[in-house]
Design a protein around this ligand. Structure first.
Ligand code: C5P
Length: 217
């Protein structure tokens, strides 16, 4: 059984790259940010954002099934609408959930069992360092906040230079700061990860680099 860890900051391309790499290799794919986003969305729905015990209960009730496409994600019996997990409200609140050590431990179990089900690519912030320190291959995608902001604005149809674009860059930088500076499992490249700086690369080039490493070319 082989596992590929792809870590990196928000909008570094790890989800699109991870999904494509998984498809080409016939591996399962889990974008682990979705777990943190789902717990956050459920906490917002339940008015529980200031109740760490309630947030932990939601993390314990989180289930993911990688055999279904798109991946099937449940928090208790709650499902999520497309777009709900990407809302600005969830994005602003998710670092607070991701900084809770017990929540991270609960979601670590969910991520490990998902990876145990077969060959898998997991994308996240701490896959190579904490979730799968024994991953077969580890990659860390990095890019400046500006180019990540541009990528996200294009995905969402906002003009570069628009107020929406400026707010995306500001939100990404704030989330990076929180992710890199939290005391538990901060965003950092594993010492044995291959670092790929994606500013000047297309998605296809990043995918090709990862596939060539995995196939030993
Ligand atoms: O990758 P994505 O932007 O969807 O992640 C959302 C948030 O979830 C991140 O900002 C981070 O706070 C948290 N996260 C994490 N560990 C992971 C994946 C995501 O802390 N493995």
């Amino acid at each position: 059984m082989s596992t590929i860890a792809i870590d990196g900051p928000g909008s570094s391309g790890k989800s699109s790259v991870g999904e494509r790499v998984a498809r080409e290799l016939g591996y399962a794919f889990l974008d682990t940010g979705l777990l943190y986003r789902a717990v956050t969305a459920a906490a917002i729905r339940g008015g529980a954002m200031s109740d760490p015990a309630a947030i932990l209960a939601l993390a314990h009730a989180t289930h993911v099934n990688l055999e279904q496409r798109p991946v099937h994600l449940l928090v208790g019996d709650q499902e999520f609408q497309p777009g709900e997990l990407e809302s600005a409200e969830v994005e602003r609140a998710v670092p607070r959930v991701a900084a809770l050590p017990d929540v991270r431990a609960a979601l670590r179990g969910v991520q490990r069992s998902a990876a145990d089900s077969g060959n898998a690519v997991l994308a996240g912030r701490d896959i190579g360092t904490v979730v799968l320190p024994e991953a077969t291959w580890k990659f860390f995608l990095d890019a400046s906040a500006e180019s990540r902001g541009e990528r996200r604005s294009r995905q969402r149809g906002y003009a570069l230079g628009s107020p929406e674009h400026a707010s995306i860059v500001a939100d990404l930088s704030a989330r990076d700061y929180d992710d890199r500076n939290r005391s538990v499992a901060p965003l950092v490249a594993a010492s044995d990860a291959r670092i790929i700086v994606t500013d000047q690369m297309t998605l296809e080039e990043v995918v090709a680099e990862i596939i060539s490493v995995v196939q030993g070319r």
